[in-house]
Write a protein that binds this ligand. Structure first.
Ligand code: PXP
Length: 246
């Protein structure tokens, strides 16, 4: 069985917000990626609303419902965002650490920290109470102690932060230790009957060794897809404009 592809369309909203325009449409983006074979849409409603806006969440959910695929909502520990989730009822919620000043999510939840563990525990309890059908994944590093905390929290899946692996690969550095950690993490998580997902920094090239390992059941990929789409679409778009000018 091939792994599922979840496409993170946050960066379409980043382009829209940069100009305060109504385009590019996040709803159209969801439809295009699902037509192309994606099996899930992932969006991150951040506290600072820098890309996805509250109104995007129900709009994208209508598209995923039409295609019969899950909506995976990434969120930090925030009551207002939990309210949005409660209204929209995504199939998955992926809990991530969130700092306002970071450029993107910079690593997984540090569940070794008692305070953070307790906050995640409370948030999981609320999600289970208000969204009993929604599955929960935790965005974490492939660290045995942290993964054991995920098992304790009895969530449905972990999403392993692959950002550091991806950066090492892109720089041509050794990645063996990351791949070994993923194998160990897989064994621990599968023994607990949980899902094993991956996300962050993945490109077509650095995806290769991960796919070869055949451990991850799901990949959530965003930034590289949108970046590559610029070059896959640029010539075509300029040709269209030229045709119109002519
Ligand atoms: N998974 C999680 C939990 C994330 O925070 C992100 C980034 O928003 C992604 C996956 C997608 O990462 P990227 O945009 O680097 O492909």
């Amino acid at each position: 069985m091939s792994a599922r592809l979840g496409v993170n369309i946050d960066h379409v909203a980043t382009l829209r917000q940069a100009r305060g325009e109504a385009y590019p449409s996040v709803v159209d983006a969801a439809q295009v990626v699902l037509e192309a074979g994606a099996e899930q849409i992932t969006i991150h409603l951040r506290e600072d609303r820098r890309h996805i806006q509250d109104y995007d969440v129900p709009a994208v959910k209508l598209v995923t419902e039409r295609y019969g695929v899950p909506l995976n909502l990434e969120m930090g520990n925030n009551e207002e965002i939990l309210d949005v989730a409660i209204n929209v009822k995504p199939e998955w919620i992926c809990l991530v650490p969130e700092k306002r000043e970071e450029r993107t999510t910079e690593g997984g939840l540090n569940l070794k920290d008692k305070n953070q563990y307790e906050k995640v525990h409370q948030l999981c309890t609320k999600i289970r109470k208000y969204l009993p059908e929604t599955k929960i994944s935790l965005f974490v590093e492939a660290d045995t102690d942290i993964l054991q905390k995920c098992v304790e929290l009895n969530v449905d899946a972990v999403e392993i932060h692959t950002g550091d692996y991806a950066m090492a690969f892109n720089r041509g550095e050794a990645t063996d230790s990351f791949l070994k950690n993923y194998t160990d993490a897989y064994k621990l998580i599968k023994a607990a009957g949980m899902g094993f997902h991956a996300g962050h920094g993945i490109t077509l090239e650095n995806l290769g060794p991960l796919v070869k390992q055949n451990l991850f059941e799901e990949y959530n990929i965003g930034h590289w897809i949108i970046c590559q789409s610029v070059f896959d679409g640029l010539a075509n778009t300029v040709s269209k404009l030229k045709a119109s000018l002519n």
